[in-house]
Design a protein around this ligand. Sequence first.
Ligand SMILES: NC(=O)c1ccc[n+]([C@@H]2O[C@H](COP(=O)([O-])OP(=O)(O)OC[C@H]3O[C@@H](n4cnc5c(N)ncnc54)[C@H](OP(=O)(O)O)[C@@H]3O)[C@@H](O)[C@H]2O)c1
Length: 316
Amino acid sequence: MKILVLGGHGFFGKNLVHSLCNTPHQIFAYSRRNGLDLTDYKSTWDCLREIQPDVIYNCAAHVGGLHYVAQYPADILADNLQMSLNLYRAAEVTCPSVLVINPLSNCSYPGHQEVYRESEWLKGEVHPSIYAYGNAKRALYTLSRCYSTQYGIKTYNFLVPNVFGPGDATDPNKVHALNGMIIRMLAAKWNHSSQFEIWGTGTPIREWIYIEDVVNLLTEALTLDVDLRHPINLAQKHGYSIRSSAELIAKAIAYKGKLVFKTEYQDGAPQKIMDDQQFKRVFPSYQFTDHYAAICKTVDYYQSVLSPTITPLLHY
Ligand SMILES: NC(=O)c1ccc[n+]([C@@H]2O[C@H](COP(=O)([O-])OP(=O)(O)OC[C@H]3O[C@@H](n4cnc5c(N)ncnc54)[C@H](OP(=O)(O)O)[C@@H]3O)[C@@H](O)[C@H]2O)c1
């Protein structure tokens, strides 16, 4: 098959491309870096027309950390809507028998829910802090459903919890939460800081997924023959408190300073985990990577790409 990875140079995309290169398929990786602009219809049409993919992994998006998303909601929404619309419009005319695979983020769940169940995905507003981003994902789902109904374009939509692992950004505005904590703790160690500050009590529980597991599952999706227009969670229904994740990172880094919880800052919801009933139906035998082993591999990665001599990191 011809497999096109959009956003093939981002965190998801490059890990996915790396894994897919070990399959017999022909792999194409595109992003703005090699000339594709998904906000431009002609550019999108040209790319799809030339490759004629059998499968598209849609890992391209205008993303950013919480502060970035709060600062630029209109740009985030407009760009992501445009990219999604161009993708489905161009697919319909150039490769209508394609399978599109969308990793959707769990921040598109209603902000008030603590256990994310697919049946309740759209039953409530996205949290105001990520309003534009979460709603762009809901719109992508709506598009996929309408293009399936009218044009028969097949889509698998997966709802993915917070991801961590090698290959993510090092930019504090872009890096994902757990990777950000690893970078900050490495900086604290290299800076000989006697303590490491964490906002809140450390008790909130969050579900994480290691990037290799995401890649394995997205790859396994190629062999599925199920109706996944309505999204399913890539879920373990298991989370870790911020405190226990910080302790595991400290162990992996061998950071000897004290973890200090700044309780004057508010905690978010006590827990946010993903229900795994649908997941077990679709991927009955999948074994997730052990959380500590995944943290150790991520620490190794950041130790190899960052250097204790990088001054900006010491002020992270
Ligand atoms: N990371 C998570 O925790 C998480 C969780 C759930 C779901 N997801 C979803 O997974 C997808 C990938 O996330 P990620 O973490 O891999 O993001 P990322 O590292 O920021 O990668 C985004 C990719 O999109 C490309 N891109 C952005 N604008 C583009 C445009 N106009 N035209 C073409 N390419 C464009 C970027 O490349 P250039 O800058 O070179 O164009 C980059 O390759 C996103 O849809 C995200 O919402 C992520």
